[in-house]
Design a protein around this ligand. Structure first.
Ligand SMILES: Cc1cc2nc3c(=O)[nH]c(=O)nc-3n(C[C@H](O)[C@H](O)[C@H](O)COP(=O)(O)OP(=O)(O)OC[C@H]3O[C@@H](n4cnc5c(N)ncnc54)[C@H](O)[C@@H]3O)c2cc1C
Length: 190
């Protein structure tokens, strides 16, 4: 099976992007090594939630994705190779999968490794704790065609709601590019 898009990383950025991409009818797979920074966070600033632990928020979002039938793989991506127009995504424990495009949402620190392995352009970042980010264009495409990036990996402020919002924005950019016009995902109250 070939996926329209493979997302690497399942923190708030990657999971938010997955929700929007699947909502637009794309065949999405999200591969996550389960080391989101949220695992050690206690949040009192996530809109709509009074207070919540990071692990509880991650679980809620993961269940939301499962209910939308988004393919989730618990694994670490070790390499991504381009075969003609497609990508082969290699992992530690699963056979490679094929996708037409890649969205990196692998976060900071060890999350930068896969970007380095791909040879993406990395630039200085002016945020606390986060000194490097992946360089992207205005559509959040990286220096490699059809490889996009979002979340703290591209240097947004390290706040869960900002990472989630950025994942949604990048997903809408990709959907809009595929549709040939700007799109939103709105539903009207019945
Ligand atoms: C101690 C602490 C407290 C915090 N408190 C708050 C707070 O109160 N409020 C707030 O808003 N924010 C808080 N944050 C920040 C928040 O957690 C981050 O901003 C947010 O998680 C970033 O989201 P992200 O999706 O960009 O990256 P992450 O959440 O880090 O997700 C990246 C994901 O990519 C995966 N990944 C990386 N490489 C690979 C690979 N090769 N293959 C597969 N998967 C991969 C990782 O396992 C991880 O699951 C806190 C962070 C910390 C560390």
């Amino acid at each position: 099976m070939k996926y329209d898009i493979a997302i690497v990383g399942g923190g708030p950025a990657g999971m938010s992007a997955a929700l929007f991409l699947k909502g637009a009818g794309l065949n999405v797979i999200l591969i996550n090594s389960e080391k989101s920074q949220l695992k050690s966070a206690w949040l009192d600033n996530y809109l709509g939630l009074e207070e919540i632990s990071g692990p509880e928020l991650l679980e809620k979002i993961k269940n939301q994705l499962k209910s939308r039938e988004i393919s989730l793989l618990n694994d670490e991506v070790t390499d991504i190779k381009r075969n003609n127009k497609d990508f082969s995504v290699e992992m530690v424990n699963n056979p490679p999968i094929v996708a037409s495009r890649i969205l990196l949402a692998s976060g900071q620190k060890s999350g930068l490794k896969i970007a380095e392995k791909l040879g993406l352009s990395l630039i200085e970042n002016n945020e606390p704790y986060v000194k490097l980010k992946v360089e992207v264009d205005t559509e959040y495409q990286t220096s490699h065609q059809d490889v996009y990036a979002c979340g703290t990996l591209v240097g947004v402020s390290s706040q869960a709601i900002i990472a989630a919002g950025n994942g949604a924005q990048v997903a809408l950019n990709i959907i809009s590019k595929l549709s040939g016009k700007r799109v939103h995902h709105h539903k009207t109250l019945a």
